[in-house]
Design a binder for this molecule. Structure first.
Ligand SMILES: Cc1cc2nc3c(=O)[nH]c(=O)nc-3n(C[C@H](O)[C@H](O)[C@H](O)COP(=O)(O)OP(=O)(O)OC[C@H]3O[C@@H](n4cnc5c(N)ncnc54)[C@H](O)[C@@H]3O)c2cc1C
Length: 306
């Protein structure tokens, strides 16, 4: 597998980013902020905040990224979608976020307004897809731009070729990296990455890693996103229905094992879906030998090295 490194400002063996969603209620805000503070001690390359559908949904994302910019040293990226918005409205959002100090975006089309699985039609006066949004961002500012990638194909794509063609359009328009949908089968990812490289796409493709907070909820969500939950993942949670600590250990082990295996395959950057929870994420980092306030990676525990 081709190397997928990005230049990093430290000498850590792996780099990682944390994805959050914007809290909408005061109690959620407090718990999200505790997670931000706990995870910021691990010096991520950047953190990102997701975005809802439609120009009017910018408020929670804006509030979250503004707080991150104003109150932390974290490099902060805002996700941005084009659903239900004119191109003028999207451009206004970009400028507003830029003026708040945002220099990084995760540029997305977004899910259909009717929900995943329903037909998507672009807003008649809007950007047609994520590739068009990347071009718009390039016109407005000198932003660092991430885009999505789907190792198991986006549910709307007829096949992998069409899917990779869309990724190529996003890269050709100026995307700096792709962050993938979560997946669990590293062979599937490796196969996908080889096809991506064969298509002439050279930007880093950063694996999206989902530590499993709740296997039942995860399976429902994965089915809607077109992500497969292999039997080997399911089996790790067998017999643990009433054992929350056991589920926690299994989830942390699984995510750490996945990262270590991807590292062995030449990957060095990872995007973690934190679900705004720090405890499980920290358990994963701990298993990888990554300590808070320390850029050195230590040896991984023996049981995860094999
Ligand atoms: C890292 C990451 C972060 C995300 N963050 C958010 C977020 O913050 N907010 C949010 O709402 N969603 C988010 N999503 C989900 C994403 O918005 C959905 O998957 C959405 O359906 C597609 O958006 P996209 O930018 O990936 O689309 P695109 O890159 O434009 O398309 C994705 C794939 O779908 C296919 N496709 C698109 N449209 C069609 C069509 N009309 N017919 C056939 N095939 C088509 C393309 O071939 C392409 O491969 C995220 C996904 C990822 C992987």
């Amino acid at each position: 597998m081709s190397a997928n490194n990005e230049a990093r400002g430290n000498d850590r063996a792996i780099g990682f980013s944390f994805e959050f969603f914007p809290p909408k209620k005061p109690e959620a805000e407090a718990s999200w902020w505790r997670s931000v503070q706990a995870l910021s001690a691990y010096s991520p390359e950047f953190v990102s905040v997701t975005y809802g559908a439609g120009a009017t949904s910018q408020a929670p994302t804006y509030a979250a990224v503004k707080r991150l910019v104003d109150e932390t040293d974290l490099v902060t990226a805002s996700h941005l979608t084009v659903v239900k918005a004119t191109s003028g409205e999207v451009d206004d959002v970009i400028r507003r976020f830029r003026d708040a100090g945002i220099r990084r975006f995760v540029a997305l089309r977004g899910d259909p307004p009717g929900g995943i699985g329903t037909a998507y039609s672009p807003h008649p006066g809007g950007y047609s897809n994520a590739a068009a949004l990347v071009s718009a961002l390039k016109t407005i500012g000198d932003f660092d731009i991430s885009v999505s990638a789907y190792p198991e194909k986006h549910p709307e794509s007829a096949d992998r070729t069409g899917d990779i063609a869309m990724l190529k359009a996003k890269a050709d328009n100026g995307a700096d990296r792709a962050l993938t949908q979560f997946f669990f089968d590293n062979d599937v990812f490796e196969d996908y990455l080889n096809d991506v490289r064969r298509a002439g796409i050279t930007i880093p493709v950063v694996p999206g890693i989902m530590p499993i907070q709740n296997i039942k909820q995860l399976k429902n969500f994965a089915a809607r996103c077109g992500a497969n939950v292999p039997a080997f993942v399911d089996s790790r949670f067998e017999g643990l229905d009433d054992d929350l600590p056991g589920q926690f250990e299994a989830a942390a082990d699984l995510a750490a094992e996945q990262v270590l295996d991807l590292q062995r395959r030449g990957l060095s950057d990872f995007h973690f879906y934190t679900m705004n929870r720090s405890k499980l994420q920290i358990a994963v980092l701990d298993r990888l030998g990554i300590m808070p306030d320390d850029t050195q990676i230590g040896a991984a525990p023996e049981r995860l090295r094999a």
